[in-house]
Write a protein that binds this ligand. Structure first.
Ligand SMILES: C[S@@+](CC[C@H](N)C(=O)[O-])C[C@H]1O[C@@H](n2cnc3c(N)ncnc32)[C@H](O)[C@@H]1O
Length: 221
C-alpha cells in the first residue's frame, strides 16, 4: 500500500486489479481488509506446490545476489529482516492462493482476460520499467520487453481500469535516474487525453530515494 501511496479505506468498495500479482502478499492483505482485489499473472497456471517451491528458491537467489551487490551496502540484520518479510509475504500468498483460487487469474500483458473498464484501479508493480534491458536501468540481459511492449501493456492496463498506478519509475539498476522509457510512455498517454502524474511513494527499497514515485494514469477518454 505504501508503495502506491494508498490506504485500505480508499480501496474499500472499489474493484482493484494487481497486475502482475506474482507471489506477493497484496491480495492476501486485501482479503483480510475486505477489499475486492484480484491478481493476474502468467505464473498462476502453476500449482500451489510449484509456486511455493519457486517462491522459496527466488527468495534465496535474491538474497544471495543482494549480498554480492556492493551498491546496496546493507547490514546483516537488514538482510535478515528483508528475508523474513519476503517469507511472510510468500506464506500469505500461498494461503490465499490455496483458499481463494478465484482471486488469482491466469493472464499476461499485453492482453488481459478482462472486459473494458472492469476495474476502478489497476496496480502494477515490478514488471514495467524493471523488466527493461540493463542498459536502460532494468534487470534483463535482452530486450524481451521493449518500448513497444511497454506502450501496449500500459494501453491494456488503461483499457481494463479507470486508474492505473505503476511502480517503480526509477532505474532499478545503474546510475540514479528515472527509467528512460517512463517519459516517452507518459507523453504518449498524455497526448491521447489521459491524466498523467507522479505520486511519491511512501515506501523505499534498497536505498532508492530519488524518483521514488509511481506513475499514475487516469483514463480521460
Ligand atoms: C517481480 S514480480 C512482481 C510481483 C509484485 N507485483 C511485486 O511488486 O512484488 C513480476 C511478475 O511479472 C510476471 N510476468 C512476467 N511476464 C509477464 C507478462 N507478460 N504479463 C504479466 N505479468 C508478467 C511474472 O510471472 C512475475 O510474477
Amino acid at each position: 500500500m505504501d508503495m502506491y501511496a494508498l490506504d485500505a479505506d480508499a480501496l474499500r468498495g472499489k474493484r482493484v486489479l494487481d497486475c502482475p500479482g506474482g507471489p506477493s502478499g497484496l491480495v492476501a492483505g486485501a482479503i483480510e481488509r475486505d477489499i475486492n482485489m484480484v491478481a493476474v499473472d502468467p505464473q498462476y497456471s502453476e500449482t500451489a506446490e510449484t509456486l511455493a517451491r519457486r517462491g522459496a528458491d527466488d527468495i534465496k537467489l535474491t538474497i544471495n545476489k543482494a549480498r554480492k551487490d556492493p551498491s546496496l551496502r546493507m547490514e546483516d540484520s537488514e538482510y535478515a529482516v528483508f528475508e523474513q518479510e519476503k517469507q511472510n509475504a510468500l506464506a500469505a500468498f500461498m494461503q490465499a492462493y490455496r483458499v481463494h483460487p478465484e482471486r488469482f487469474v491466469v493472464g499476461s500483458l499485453p492482453e488481459l482476460p478482462f472486459e473494458n473498464g472492469a476495474f476502478d484501479l489497476v496496480l502494477s508493480g515490478h514488471l514495467l520499467f524493471v523488466y527493461a534491458p540493463r542498459s536502460l536501468g532494468g534487470i534483463m540481459k535482452s530486450e524481451l520487453f521493449d518500448l513497444d511492449f511497454h506502450i501496449a501493456a500500459v494501453r491494456e492496463l488503461i483499457r481494463v481500469g479507470k486508474e492505473v498506478r505503476i511502480f517503480p519509475t526509477y532505474a532499478f539498476t545503474g546510475e540514479v535516474r528515472r527509467q528512460p522509457w517512463v517519459e516517452p510512455v507518459s507523453e504518449i498517454f498524455r497526448r491521447e487525453g489521459h491524466e498523467v502524474s507522479f505520486i511519491p511513494s511512501r515506501w523505499q527499497q534498497q536505498g532508492h530515494v530519488d524518483f521514488n514515485d509511481s506513475l499514475r494514469i487516469v483514463r480521460g477518454v
